[in-house]
Design a protein around this ligand. Structure first.
Ligand SMILES: [Zn+2]
Length: 259
């Protein structure tokens, strides 16, 4: 029976019976994997304090000849990311990113760039080195690019006029077409969104710039709100569903931000 060793982020844990846990992890070398952690709830020795949500683990698991979930044999903490479970707003952001990865990725399809993006954004969110809401923008833009669903922010998706040549500094955004449109082509409808050129430029930078320098960019409050409103419409539209964790994030964000 083959043994797999890899590093992985714990995305979800569900009780299974009185003693066991079923875990979904996003691993560096095997993509999304489901494993069962036998006796993890009962035994104080096995996995004690290790199998916490969003933590980065070094795991060893064994696949079973008869199929079904692999069995977790060993797990050690690489990064506990404890702050992500202690602050409700950080928990909400981490849950949203974890759900996007859960929903979009296929089982056992390695996607190392997404693993590294998730590690980076969870690490920064945990450390509090960057503004949480900006990290959320960076995660969503880069996640959508890796998913092959990057918004077109370069030219009007109807008449193909370059953004620089738009007559005014604001652009509409056409959700079905997945791109900006100049105000000549913009057809106001239910999903109408508006972005200023400055916000678009900043979104392009956090999507394409060096990830380690994303924290240097500073959105104004207005640009942050505009970009947030845009991405939280764009991402669910193109994934075909509204993540439950995004609803939760929207509910708690006003109270948590005011506190
Ligand atoms: Zn146009």
């Amino acid at each position: 029976m083959p043994v797999q060793k890899t590093s992985a982020i714990l995305l979800r844990r569900v009780d299974y019976g009185d003693a066991d846990l079923i875990l979904t992890l996003f691993s560096e070398t095997h993509g999304k994997i489901g494993v069962i952690a036998k006796h993890a709830k009962r035994s104080r020795k096995r996995f004690a304090g290790v199998l916490e949500l969003f933590s980065n683990l070094s795991i060893q698991c064994r696949t079973r000849r008869q199929g079904g979930l692999a069995v977790l044999e060993e797990a050690q903490i690489i990064e506990p990311y404890a702050a992500l479970r202690e602050h409700i707003l950080k928990t909400a952001y981490a849950s949203y990113w974890a759900e996007l990865v859960m929903v979009w990725t296929e089982d056992k399809q390695p996607l190392a760039p997404l693993y590294h993006l998730l590690c980076y954004t969870l690490g920064e969110l945990n450390a509090g080195r960057q503004i949480d809401a900006q990290l959320n923008l960076a995660f969503q833009m880069r996640f959508m690019a890796l998913a092959g669903l990057c918004p077109n922010l370069n030219y009007c998706c109807v008449c193909r006029t370059a953004l620089e040549n738009f007559k005014v500094t604001a652009a509409g955004f056409d959700l079905p077409r997945g791109g900006v449109c100049c105000l000549d082509c913009d057809q106001p409808h239910d999903t109408a969104l508006c972005l200023s050129r400055g916000t678009i430029k900043q979104l392009q930078w956090i999507a394409e710039g060096d990830l380690s320098r994303v924290g240097r960019i500073r959105f104004s409050t207005a640009a942050l709100n505009e970009a947030q409103h845009f991405l939280e419409a764009f991402v669910p539209y193109h994934l075909g569903r509204e993540p439950r964790s995004l609803k939760f994030l929207r509910q708690i964000r006003p109270c948590a931000t005011a506190a």
